[in-house]
Design a protein around this ligand. Structure first.
Ligand code: CTP
Ligand code: ZN
Length: 160
C-alpha cells in the first residue's frame, strides 16, 4: 500500500505517519481532547502531537486519532483511555513500523481522574483525599462507582 492510500482515505493520510511514538486510533469521535487530558498532555507539554477529530472510519463511521511523537506511553496510562473511548487501539511505532498493537482495557480502579458529583462525598471535602472509582462494564458501557459514597456514573466524559 502506498503512503497515500489508507482504508479511511484513498488519496491522503489524514495526519502524517510518525517515526517513533504512540498512535491512538479508533477513539470515539470528539473524545481526543479528553484523551489528552487523561494522558496529562496539555499546556507545557513538549511532545509533538497531531490530532484528527471526527474523521471518516469504515469501522466506526467517525473516529478521532492522536499521534504522540517520540513518546512511549505506559500500558497503565493508556488503559485509562478506555474510560471514555473503549474501542481505542494503540499502535507503538518504532522507525516507522508498528511494533505492537493492542486494544485498551478499562482499569479496575482509577484514582484522581474522575470527579465525584456528590457534593457530600468525602472526596469533595477539604480532606486531602484522592478520588477513587471502581470500574466495571455493563454490556458495552463502562461504568464507574465511587469508592467512598457508592455513586454510579455512566457518561464518564462528563466527570473528567
Ligand atoms: N501509523 C502512523 N505512523 C506509522 C505507522 C502507522 O501514524 N509509522 C498510524 C496509521 O496512520 C494508522 C495507525 O497507525 O492510523 C494504524 O496503522 P495500520 O495498522 O497500518 O492501519 P490499519 O490497518 O488501518 O489499522 P487497524 O487494523 O488497527 O484498523
Ligand atoms: Zn463519591
Amino acid at each position: 500500500m502506498s503512503e497515500f492510500e489508507t482504508k479511511s482515505d484513498r488519496k491522503h493520510l489524514v495526519v502524517s505517519k510518525i517515526k517513533n511514538g504512540t498512535v491512538i486510533d479508533h477513539i470515539s469521535p470528539g473524545m481526543s481532547p479528553l484523551v489528552l487530558k487523561i494522558l496529562g498532555i496539555g499546556p507545557g507539554s513538549k511532545e509533538a502531537v497531531s490530532m484528527a477529530m471526527n474523521v471518516h472510519s469504515s469501522k466506526m463511521g467517525k473516529k478521532d486519532i492522536l499521534k504522540v511523537e517520540g513518546k512511549f506511553i505506559s500500558d497503565e496510562e493508556l488503559n485509562k483511555i478506555a474510560l471514555i473511548a473503549p474501542e481505542a487501539t494503540i499502535n507503538l511505532v518504532e522507525d516507522f513500523e508498528i511494533t505492537r498493537k493492542f486494544r485498551v482495557e478499562p482499569p479496575e480502579v482509577v484514582e484522581n481522574i474522575i470527579k465525584c458529583p456528590n457534593q457530600h462525598c468525602i472526596s469533595n471535602s477539604n480532606e486531602p483525599i484522592k478520588s477513587r472509582f471502581r470500574i466495571f462494564t455493563d454490556g458495552r458501557k463502562v461504568v464507574a462507582k465511587c469508592d467512598y459514597c457508592g455513586k454510579k456514573l455512566y457518561n464518564l466524559q462528563d466527570y473528567i
